[in-house]
Design a protein around this ligand. Sequence first.
Ligand SMILES: NC(=O)c1ccc[n+]([C@@H]2O[C@H](COP(=O)([O-])OP(=O)(O)OC[C@H]3O[C@@H](n4cnc5c(N)ncnc54)[C@H](O)[C@@H]3O)[C@@H](O)[C@H]2O)c1
Length: 328
Amino acid sequence: MIKVGIIGTGIMGAGHARFIKAHVPDAKVVALADIDAKRVADLAAELGTVELQTDDPEKLMNDPNVDAVIIVSPDPLHVAHLRLGIKSGKHILCEKPIATTLEDARAIAKEIGDYEKKVGKKMINFGFMRRFDPGYREVRRLIATGEYGAPLFVRAICRNTDSGNITSSGLFTNIAIHDFDIYRWLFKSEWESVQGIYPNRSGDSPEGLADPLIIIGKLKNGVTLVEDVFAFGQYGYDTQVEVVCENGSLRIGIHGDVAISANFEAGVNKGGKMDTNWMKKFEPSYIAELQAWAQEIKTGVVNPDFATAEDALIANESAALGVASVSK
Ligand SMILES: NC(=O)c1ccc[n+]([C@@H]2O[C@H](COP(=O)([O-])OP(=O)(O)OC[C@H]3O[C@@H](n4cnc5c(N)ncnc54)[C@H](O)[C@@H]3O)[C@@H](O)[C@H]2O)c1
């Protein structure tokens, strides 16, 4: 049994804890750390397996009863918590992004690289869970069949209903960072360029926030992304992807189902009630990610789909290209 500690028990930390309890039989959550004692106590009561409740991430990291730790604290704390993780020698799954500045991302990625070289194995994974999403994996399989021809471009939508206190650059570094990662994974190519363009600003977005945002990105293999990111879309959580190939369109809909239009047959994605956030749509991805992590820890066999520190750094570097493009 893998004994897991979680740092940060907010929306995502509580989500990971619940998914482990319900879907990862090889693991159980034994320790929680958060500065919000009530959140820790409430989640511990719900889980029934927690032996350590603390407001100190270092205490959790150093607890000999904990084998593996998920870092789900706010973005600006990831670097400090990753450094604690390196010192602890435990298996770590850290939520995206690796850091909030490029300088920090480069520094911590190098520290992780040096550490993993020294211990001779990969110890730290990053939570780019779309790599485990059934929809993206199905699209990857469909492309590989060759039946639809070569992929040409991607049209994507990423619209939240409420992104809290996100900043204008956060639309690139916190939200679209998933896209910067997933398309280089899907198309096995690196970003050549990323550019942001602002359409009309929504009067319903918080004052001073540049929202929504259009992103145009080009991979070195020519596949081009056109995406809108809307932090305060408000009408419902809406993420969709269309991969346009020479002979067909492969679409991941709002509910994660894949529809194909080819041979003059139009596929249609499911409609219906929309969610308010990402948790339900990506639930299968989070569960598959956590199961894969437990399997990797248990067997020692590296899962090539996990994002490494290097992948996480590249995602930050790609987001930075976008931020720079709108700061000129
Ligand atoms: N992979 C994904 O799809 C996905 C989705 C949502 C969020 N995230 C990431 O997960 C992380 C958490 O996001 P969230 O939405 O759960 O945020 P949240 O604000 O709901 O939760 C963050 C928690 O961290 C706690 N915290 C603050 N300072 C702390 C400290 N010093 N030590 C310990 N805990 C501390 C807060 O009290 C809060 O409970 C972020 O990095 C975010 O980018 C990833």
